[in-house]
Design a protein around this ligand. Structure first.
Ligand code: ARG
Length: 717
């Protein structure tokens, strides 16, 4: 026994202090210093320079920010990009209609001439990143108040980014790290000619639908493919027939061999946002106030959408992207509430805060620097419950939750401009307004929009605190007893924003009085202005929060100097590493780390749109026609788990083995650890990925797009 204990101690002492393999979205620039030893121990065979280098081609050159909201990876020397189906979804929807519904049926380009160019889609390659903390810090002074500080930081970020990219075609962005304690510059090369190459049908790419979303065991082939085009010199260029496929600096080779439990796995990509330093009061507010409000708002919206989307293919396709996005958010918040409660995240935060307090109180200097930190947090959160709930129901509900609201706001300012313009300018504006509005009407179902707006106004009336409702709204809600149905019908009937003929009339003879009298316009812009007003009211309080955060994170790092703290996600390139691992979900329930096509067949239910399996896939399964994509036991692996630390924005990221080869595409996290954006759950949190063998099996065997497989670099022993 004693021997065993000393062995444990010896092993523990060998580990670098504090660096935990699983938690942490690390900056590629620093892995050499912070993580490399650990990574090697876990099975990494590459050098740090092979992962991130400014001068030579490295893994980072095969990773792109996809469209500003996802990640993609280059998988051929002809600019072929792999990402998730749910990342390509908007582009796939854009080309879908009742004649050819690529969402339902999938799309494949069997040669490059068949590829489709969506209206707006870009990918960004990271050229390099740079620490600019000193340049910014030296211009800040402790005497500045938060407002002055924020303004100065904003100004410096813009001027430094500009200066660093002067004379280049690159884009520079500077972001805050560690809650405003450090600043890094990112230089990007943006390509805007990106074309859709292939997507499986939703019955593969979104198999399991919202029922399986955020959950394991998973059987989704969540992938799609695009191609980046460039001019003849390889530089970004607007769409042109003369453009050629980009020759990338690096593309990922693909490893089809078996993987076993404990194998090294890392993910590089663009995680969007985490709140790992959120204090206990913030977690409590999320659980009690913010997230339940989000769930209620979206419940109302989604149930109305479902009803209308089931009535026609056109409505289903027109609203598919919006529905998917909101449903993903909705289920996320339900899962977060559950997990934060179950895992006692508030208590975990409290215990960190207790240690923090003791550390601060042990020293006079610390006390003067950080003695206020927790109080500032507590004050902010204790005073913002009502505001948070009200602002959510107003902003997420009424303003962003209704497409018509956004349309009214944009239209109104255009129509004002139009009525004030002289004749020469008007023709141009008119064409623009007509185009925007007919696009909107074409893609929107007005009866459904009426119901959504009614539901959101009703929720705002019933759930927002009266301190956060404007007088005109309170009066209206009093008159209609909190039911806006009739008012909405009335407003929609009469409004120039919801009626094409009325708009046409206005354009013929624009008079300001029509805008001034339009009740829908008055209500929505009144509420939108009011939302900005209450946001401005809490600004001084939120500056306290900003200050508290900056102090808290700085102090934690001082308090544990040997622990490597990773900065919160902020849509910059990160690397997370760990292993392929199963997990124990709850008592007696342990999940394997892979799923196979057997599970696809077990879940099949052709009477449920979420679990339809295409006939062709059933045939391939019956014939066991898996080609080189079967594992050594003859099975076809579909999904797998690893303990990598990812979040939204990482969707589409490559899972990379110890030799730098692609083994899968990350697309989700697991239900039991949905609290992960706030507190990483070491034993529970897993990344869910599509196995690259399932992806390529679908491409080759299901779609017959061997042309794409031929481009790739494939490794199989
Ligand atoms: N939960 C995933 C994410 O946020 C999206 C999964 C999309 N699939 C779906 N059935 N909605 O990255």
């Amino acid at each position: 026994m004693k021997k065993f204990i000393s062995l444990v101690i010896a092993i523990t002492m060998l580990l670098p202090l504090g660096v935990k393999a699983d938690e942490g979205m690390w900056l590629p620039m620093f892995i050499k210093r912070l993580n490399y030893v650990d990574m090697q121990k876990e099975g990494l065979k590459l050098t740090p320079e092979e992962i991130y280098s400014i001068n030579n081609a490295s893994l980072k050159d095969a990773i792109v920010n996809f469209g500003g909201f996802c990640t993609g990876e280059v998988i051929s020397d002809q600019g072929l990009i792999l990402t998730n189906h749910h990342c390509g979804y908007g582009a796939i929807a854009e080309f879908s209609n009742e004649e050819h519904d690529y969402l339902t049926d999938g799309f494949w380009a069997f040669d490059k001439s068949q590829e489709l160019k969506p209206k707006s889609l870009f990918v960004s390659f990271l050229v390099k990143m740079e620490d600019v903390t000193d340049q910014i810090q030296e211009q800040l002074s402790p005497n500045m108040n938060e407002e002055e500080r924020a303004a100065k930081v904003k100004e410096l970020k813009a001027s430094i980014a500009k200066q660093k990219t002067e004379g280049t075609s690159y884009r520079g962005v500077i972001k805050d790290f560690y809650k405003g304690n450090e600043f890094y510059l990112f230089i990007y090369n943006d390509y805007t000619d990106v074309r859709l190459v292939g997507a499986p049908p939703s019955s593969i790419g979104k198999y399991g639908g919202d029922t399986d979303n955020w959950m394991w065991p998973r059987h989704t082939g969540d992938f799609s493919m695009f191609r980046v085009y460039a001019d003849a010199d390889g530089n970004p260029s607007e769409y042109s027939e003369n453009n050629v496929p980009l020759k990338p600096k690096h593309h990922l080779s693909i490893n089809l061999n078996d993987k076993k439990e404990g194998d090294f796995a890392m993910i590089m990509g663009y995680p969007g946002s985490t709140e790992r330093y959120l204090p206990s009061w913030g977690v409590q507010q999320a659980i009690d106030v913010e997230y339940p409000a989000v769930v209620k708002i979206l419940d109302a919206k989604l149930s109305i959408m479902r009803e209308y989307m089931s009535t026609s293919d056109k409505v289903r396709i027109d609203y598919a992207t919006s529905y998917a996005r909101f449903a993903n958010y909705w289920k996320n918040r339900i899962g977060m509430i559950q997990a934060l409660k179950k895992l006692n995240t508030v208590d975990k935060k409290k215990s960190i805060e207790k240690d923090f307090e003791a550390w601060v109180n042990a020293d006079g200097e610390r006390k003067s620097k950080y003695g206020q930190t927790l109080t500032l947090f507590e004050e902010f959160f204790s005073k913002t419950d009502d505001y948070t709930k009200s602002y959510m129901t107003l902003n997420l509900g009424v303003i962003r939750g209704s497409d018509v609201s956004g349309f009214v706001l944009r239209m109104k300012s255009m129509l004002i401009k139009y009525s004030e313009a002289d004749d020469s300018k008007r023709a141009e504006l008119k064409a623009h307004i007509e185009e925007k509005s007919s696009n909107f009407y074409e893609k929107h179902q007005m009866q459904m929009e009426r119901e959504i707006m009614t539901a959101q106004l009703n929720i705002y009336a019933s759930d927002a605190s009266s301190d956060y409702q404007p007088e005109f709204f309170k009066e209206q809600a009093k008159d209609n007893n909190g039911d806006f149905k009739k008012d909405v019908d009335n407003m929609f009937d009469k409004s120039i924003y919801t009626n094409q003929e009325k708009l046409a009339k206005f354009l013929k003879k624009p008079k300001m009085k029509y805008i001034e009298k339009d009740e829908l316009g008055i209500l929505i812009s009144g509420l939108s202005d009011y939302a900005k007003e209450i946001k401005a009211q809490v600004k001084p309080l939120s500056y306290n929060e900003v200050e508290a955060y900056r102090q808290f994170v700085a102090a934690l790092r001082e308090m544990n100097p040997d622990k490597a703290y990773a900065p919160d996600a902020n849509f910059t390139m990160r690397l997370t590493y760990g292993q392929i691992l199963p997990y124990q979900a709850r008592d007696a329930v342990k999940y394997k780390f892979t799923t196979t096509i057997e599970g696809v067949m077990q879940k099949m239910d052709n009477s449920n749109p979420e679990f339809v399996v295409p006939e062709k896939l059933v045939e391939l399964y019956n014939d066991k026609d898996y080609g080189q994509y079967a594992n050594s036991k003859g099975e076809l692996v579909v999904g797998f788990l690893s303990n990598n630390d990812i979040t939204g924005g990482n969707s589409g990221s490559p899972v990379i083995d110890g030799n730098g080869n692609l083994i899968g595409t990350a697309f989700d996290g697991n239900w039991e650890a949905m609290s992960g954006d706030i507190e990483f759950e070491e034993n529970l949190q897993r990344t869910i990925s599509v196995d690259i063998r399932y992806t390529l099996f679908i491409v080759e065997k299901f779609a017959g797009a061997k042309n794409l497989i031929d481009e790739m670099t494939i490794i199989k022993d």
